[in-house]
Design a protein. Sequence first.
Lengths: 303, 176, 213
Amino acid sequence: MGEKILYAFISVFLTINYGFLLNGLIRKIYARVGRRHGIPFYQMYIDLLKSLALRTNIRHGVMFYLGPVFRFTGGIGLFLFMPVIFGSELFANFSFSGDLLLLLSFQFFGTLGMALGASESGHPNSAIGVTRGLAQMTAVEVPFVMALMAIAVQYQSISLHEIVAAQQGGITNWTLFTNPLAVVAGMLAVLGSFMRPPFDVVLAPQEIPIGPPTEYHSNYMVYLQSNRAIYPLAKSILIMNLFFGGATSFGEMMLKTFLVIMWSVFVGVSFPRFRVEQSIRWFLGIPLIIGVLAIVYVQFFLN
Amino acid sequence: MFQKIIEKINLKYPIDVVSKKSDKLMFLTVHKNTAVNTVQYLKDDLGFKHLVLLTAVDFLEQGKFQLTYLLNNPDIKIDIGVRVLIERESATMESAHSLWPTIATYQRELREMFGIDFPDSPGVNDEFILEGWNNTPPYRRDFDTKAFAANFYHQRNSRENNDPSAHMKKNLYPNE
Amino acid sequence: MSLEDLYRKTTISPDGEEFEINPIEDYFCTDKPEEVKPVQNILEKFYNWARSESIWILGFGTGCGAIEMRPLMTPRFDAYRYGIQWRPTPRQANLLIISGYLSTKTLKRVIRVYEQMQNPKYVMALGSCTINGGMYFDSYNTIKRLDYYLPVDVYVAGCMPRPEALLAGVVKLKTLIKTGMAEGANDYANRFDWYKTNQKAVILNWDMPDYNW
C-alpha cells in the first residue's frame, strides 16, 4: 500500500506538469489563431509563483478555505480512480477501488465545493455564478451518462479497468469502432467539461466579472489553477479509456490525451460562445438523441 | 409647415417669440405657466413624440435661466425647441415627468448643476454626478471654476519657463 | 449604500425582536494596512522576477485612456508577450492602471479598489490629467495630481499616450519591480494618515470605512 501511495504521488506530479505545459501550448495555439505572438508557454509556472509570492491574503472563514481544496480534490480524485496506463503498476493509481459511478460523482464534487466556498466569501453574485455552472454541468452529464450507460451495457461492466481490458488487442476492438454512436454522443457531451468555448461562459472571467472565483487569490488561486491543469487532462484520460482503447505506455497516453484535448481546442477556436441557456438547450438536443440511439443500438442490435 | 404648427399652437397657448433657424428647426419662446402645456400639446396632438433633450442656459445679466425642451417629430422629421425664461432667484419650474419618464433624469441633472428645482419630479434631489457638493451649483456662471479648482485640489507647481524670448531677454539683454 | 446605513442602529428582526447592528464593524475590517517589509535575500529577488514577469492588470478604466488599453490585447501590440494578463477582480490583480482623468466620484471607487488589492501592488497613471490636471486643470470635479491620493509607480505622459507608450511604461515598471523599488503598497501603509487626509480633503461625502479591507 505504501508504494502505491508513492506511485500515486509520482503520477499526479508528472500529470500536473504535463497539464501545465499543455495549457500553455493551448494558449499559444489560441494566440496564433488570433495572429498574435502569444504568452510564453511556461507562463503558468510564473503565475503560480507570483500567486504564492503575495505578501498578504484575505480570509473569509472555513468554507472559503475548503472551496478550492474541494475543487482540487475533484480533479485529483477523478484522476486517481482511473487506470492512466493499462497494465502499468506506477500509473494504475487506485483504479481497482472505483468504478464509473464514482468517477461521475467526482465530476460534480469540484463545482459543489466551489458553491460552498463562494457563498462564504459574501460576494453577492456568487450564487448566480455557481448556479449557472451547475446548470450547465447537469446538462452536460445527461448525454454523457447516456454514452456511459451504452458502454456499460455493451461490456456488461461498470469497472473502468474491465472496459479498458475488453478493448485491448487491436484497433478494431476500440469502442470507437464497436459502438460509434456512443463515442459520438460522449465526444459531443465532453466538450462542455473542458472549460473552453463555446461552453465557457460559466467561468469566462474577462466577460463576466462575477461568480465563484472572484474572491480567490494567492494560495487559493494556486489550487484553482492546478485544478485547471489536471481536470481537463483527467477528463481526457477518462475519454481515452472509454472510447479509444486506453494506453499501454506514457507516450501513448500523452498522444491520445493530446488529441482528445485538441478536439476541444479545434472546436473552441472555431466557434463563438453560447450563452448558458443556449448551451443547455444544445446538450439536451443532438448529443442526447445520439446517446439514446446508442443505448437502443447496444440493446437490440449488438448483443 | 411651421406656419401651420404655429397657428395651431396660437389657438390654444400664447407664443412670445418665434425664431426659425432652418426648414427643419424652429424655436418658440412661451410663458412659464403654459410651457409644459405647450409641450404636452406638441407631443399629444402634433406628433412631436420624441424628447431630444432638456437643457438650461444661464443669463446672468438678465437674472434669468432659459430652459429649452427640444422635441422631434419622427414622422415629418422636424425639430421644435420650446424655450421658457424663468427667474434666476429661487428658480423653480413645473415638472414634465408625466409626459416622458426619462425627463426626470434631465431635471435631476439641472437641479444639481444649475440649482433649478422641479417639485414632485421623482428623485430630483438625489445626487447625480457630484457627491456631497456643498458649494454654488457649478454650471451657474457666478461660480468661478478656475479659482475653485486652484483652491480645492492639490496642484503640481508649474515647471521653469524656457520660453525663448524670455530666456534671451534675461540672459542677453538684461538692461532693456 | 448611503451614509446613514453605516452607522450603529437598532433594527427589528422578522420575529419582532429588537437588536443593535453596527455595519462598519460587522461588514468591514477596521484595521489599518500593515507594512510587510521585504526580506532582502535571493528568494525575494526570485519572487520579484516572477512578479515582474506575471503582471495582472485590473480591467478598470477611469477616463478616456481606457480605450488605449484595448488595443494592447490585439495582434498589433499583443501585450501578452510580456506576461501581461487582464483580471476581472481586484483580489487577483496586481497592477491598477489609472487611465486618464479622475473625477472625485471615480477617485472614491479607485481608492476602494486599490485597497482591496493584495500587497505587492502597483499603480500606473496614464496621461497628463493624472500628472498635473492636463486639459481638466480648471475643472470643478477632477483631481490634478494622483500621487497625493495613491502611491504611483509609473507615470506615462501624453494626451492620450499611445499603446506603445503604455507598453514602454510596463517595461519600465518591470525593471522597477526587479530592482525592488516598486514598494507602493508599503508606502501606502507607512504614510496611511497622510494619504487619508488628502483623500478626505477632496471626497466630500466619505460614506465608507477608512480602510476597505
